[in-house]
Design a protein around this ligand. Structure first.
Ligand code: NDP
Length: 449
């Protein structure tokens, strides 16, 4: 084994020894580090500087008790977290996730990914992630508000426009960001608009932020397909999820002329042979906060199937996993390829398992990895921070144009690095090297910290 492969293996062994239960974190670190070996071989100084050991250890992790009362005055205790992973190129930036599955392993994996994703955007933002094991599903608005206020009553000490700027993620949308911002403002007694992103348009939010991750995913996929002279028009597309990312991925795919036939939630999936009606999805999920099974009642010709994994059994040309981590395993990958799927674009974070990714690459599937393909959300968050600093609001078209440009540059950067390091269609390697390079250079320049 080469010296750098050994180095990577040693670091992987180190993180497993230190935190044996953090499987999601181990997996993402393995994905990144094994793919940057060719870069490390050309840049041996990073081994001498112990760059990998430094990058896998968060700058800081905060965990705290969140005590709140429900509408019946029953007290509940949840756990809150903020993982401040790396601030070499800017203040920590990354979403908050409210979901019962949240734990330190998942947040460390998300924060680690975020560091390289944020670097890829070309904007000055470091990486972090946070959240709680609180489940907003089935809670009243008042319960969600009380939870958010209790959460921010501790978090406010650790964040700020120049320190750490959280945003939304699973279970944290516009409603939650509003409550969190209100509490931050109350405690600080100052209007620091750029302390949170994903804000409402009346108090410092950016146009296009809601659409940014889904639209950005399609801009990235279009760049990837344009390079191969493949058109999105009339392509059959399978999407998982029906939350923020999925909704706007479906909308933009349809605008590009593709036919999207599926969407899902954690209970099951919809197959609509006529193409998903996005107005219905928005009504069910954004307005009524309902379940995707209700789609079948409104569109009786569609089919609802229990079990969200079945979504990958549906025949498609392009698969866009937009729900959650590790939702697309090797078995699903084989089904997709067997049914003729040629393109996979990751909207969610780490939706494909490591063996599924290896399989896609081996089979010549055009694969757009999450940290590049879904970077549009955080990129527009950074643009929201810029608008807050300027005290100006840009138009939808201005932000959308910038988003298109950023996604195109991310694609070019990943592609160029994939070519330079000898595997031209491997955008996993290309994106990882491109993201790593900038952070490593900045850390190196800043000395041993
Ligand atoms: P939402 O909460 O808006 O939607 C999440 C969707 O995924 C829902 O349809 C949800 O269904 C489904 N889902 C959640 N957990 C599971 C599960 N365990 N199994 C199957 N389905 C599940 O979140 P977002 O759309 O914002 O985020 C989706 C993904 O995209 C996440 O991986 C997130 O980290 C990533 N991402 C989000 C960004 C953003 O800007 N929002 C930016 C970059 C990445 P249900 O309603 O049943 O829970």
């Amino acid at each position: 084994m080469s010296e750098m492969k050994n180095y990577v293996e040693d670091v992987l062994a180190l993180i497993k020894k230190r935190d044996p239960d953090q499987v999601e974190f181990h997996n993402t670190v393995k994905e990144v580090l094994t793919s940057i070996v060719p870069f490390l071989e050309k840049n041996p100084k990073y081994k001498a500087e112990k760059m990998l050991e430094r990058m896998v250890e968060p700058d800081r992790i905060v965990t705290f008790r969140v005590a709140w009362q429900d509408d019946k005055n029953v007290t509940h205790i949840n756990r809150g977290y903020r993982v401040q992973m790396n601030s070499a190129i800017g203040p920590y930036k990354g979403g908050l996730r409210f979901h019962p599955s949240v734990n330190l392993s998942i947040l460390k994996f998300l924060a680690f990914e975020q560091v390289f994703k944020n670097s890829l955007t070309g904007l000055p933002i470091g990486g972090g992630k946070g959240g709680s094991d609180f489940d907003p599903k089935g809670k009243s608005d008042n319960e969600v508000m009380r939870f958010c206020q209790a959460f921010m009553t501790e978090l406010y000490r650790h964040i700020g426009p120049h320190v750490d700027v959280p945003a939304g993620d699973i279970g944290v949308g516009g409603r939650e960001i509003g409550y969190l911002f209100g509490q931050y403002k109350r405690i600080r007694d100052a209007y620091d608009a750029a302390v949170l992103t994903g804000k409402g348009l009346t108090y410092g939010g950016s146009l296009t932020r809601t659409e940014a991750t889904g639209y950005g995913l399609l801009y990235f996929v279009k760049n990837m397909l344009d390079a191969k002279n493949i058109s999105l028009k009339d392509k059959l597309v399978s999407v998982s999820g029906s939350g923020n990312v999925a909704t706007y991925a479906i909308e933009k795919a349809q605008e590009f002329g593709a036919k999207v036939v599926t969407c899902s939630d954690s209970n099951g999936y919809i197959y609509d042979p006529d193409g998903i009606d996005i107005v219905t999805v928005k009504k069910i999920k954004e307005v009524e906060r309902g379940r995707i099974s209700e789609y079948e009642e409104i569109h009786p010709h569609s089919e609802y199937h229990e079990g969200c994994r079945g979504v990958w059994d549906v025949k498609c040309d392009i698969a866009l996993p937009c729900a959650t981590q590790e939702e697309l395993d090797l078995e699903s990958a084989k089904k997709l390829v067997g049914n003729g799927c040629q393109v996979v674009g990751e909207g969610a974070n780490m939706p494909s398992t490591l063996d599924a990714i290896e399989y896609f690459l081996r089979k010549g599937v055009l694969f757009a990895p999450a940290k590049a393909a879904n970077a549009g959300g955080v990129a527009v968050s950074a643009l929201e921070m810029s608008q807050n600093s300027e005290r100006l609001s840009w138009t939808f078209e201005q932000v959308d144009e910038k988003l298109k440009d950023i996604m195109s540059k991310i694609y070019q950067n990943a592609k160029q690095n994939a070519e330079e390091f000898g595997d031209p269609d491997n955008l996993v390697m290309g994106a990882n090297i491109a993201g790593f390079k900038k952070v490593a250079e900045a850390m190196s320049a800043q000395g041993i910290v």
